[in-house]
Design a protein around this ligand. Structure first.
Ligand code: S3P
Length: 180
C-alpha cells in the first residue's frame, strides 16, 4: 500500500487517463496535471512537432523533465503519457511520488477511441492494431510493476467508469495530507 498525497494515472493511449483524471481530480480536490500538455507548454510545440524535430528520444527527454516537475508537488492528479513508464528512473519516480493506478483497456477499445486521432505520432502507421499490440506486449509488464492498483476501463462510459474507479480508489488509497 502506498500512502501518498498524489494520485497518478498510467496506462496506454486511449485508456481514458485524461477524461477519468479530470473527474477524479474534481472528486478528490486535486489539481489536475496532464503530462503531455505540460510538455507542450514547456516546449512551446505540439507533440507531433517534437517527434518530427527531435525524434522519440528527444520527446522522452522532455517527458522525463516534465515528470520530474509534476512530481515535485503535492495534492495533484497526474495523468501521464502512455510511454512514461519506459524509463526506469521515471518508474521509480512514479512509484515514489503517488498512488499509481494503471488504467487498462483492450486494443479493440483503443482502436475505437483513437479512430479519428491524428495527434499520436506512434499511431501514424498503416496497421494500428499491430502497433498497439506490440506496444502493449512491451509495456504491460512495466505498467504492472509500477502500479499500486489496476482498473479496466474497457467498454464503460466515462461517468460509470469514474464512479467505479473512485469506489476502488476510496478503498485502497491511503491519502496523506499535503505538505504545507
Ligand atoms: C505516447 C502517448 C501519448 C503521448 C505521445 C507518446 C506513447 O500520450 O505522450 O504521443 O508513447 O504511448 P497519451 O497516452 O496521453 O495518448
Amino acid at each position: 500500500m502506498n500512502p501518498a498525497s498524489n494520485l497518478i494515472l498510467i496506462g496506454p493511449m486511449g485508456a481514458g487517463k485524461s477524461s477519468l483524471g479530470k473527474r477524479l481530480a474534481r472528486r478528490y480536490q486535486l489539481s489536475f496535471i496532464d503530462l503531455d500538455q505540460l510538455i507542450e507548454q514547456r516546449t512551446g510545440a505540439r507533440i507531433p512537432v517534437i517527434f518530427e524535430l527531435e525524434g522519440e528520444a528527444g520527446f522522452r527527454r522532455r517527458e522525463s523533465e516534465a515528470l520530474q516537475e509534476a512530481c515535485k508537488g503535492d495534492g495533484r492528479l497526474i495523468a501521464t503519457g502512455g510511454g512514461a513508464v519506459l524509463d526506469a528512473a521515471n518508474r521509480d519516480l512514479l512509484r515514489g511520488s503517488g498512488f499509481v493506478v494503471w488504467l487498462r483497456t483492450s486494443v479493440e477499445g483503443q482502436l475505437q477511441r483513437l479512430a479519428r486521432d491524428r495527434s499520436r505520432p506512434l499511431l501514424q502507421v498503416a496497421d494500428r492494431q499491430r502497433r498497439l499490440r506490440e506496444i502493449a506486449r512491451q509495456r504491460d509488464p512495466l505498467y504492472r510493476q509500477t502500479c499500486d492498483l489496476e482498473f479496466d476501463t474497457a467498454a464503460r462510459r466515462v461517468a460509470l467508469a469514474s464512479e467505479q474507479l473512485s469506489e476502488l480508489v476510496d478503498r485502497h488509497w491511503q491519502r496523506t495530507a499535503n505538505a504545507a
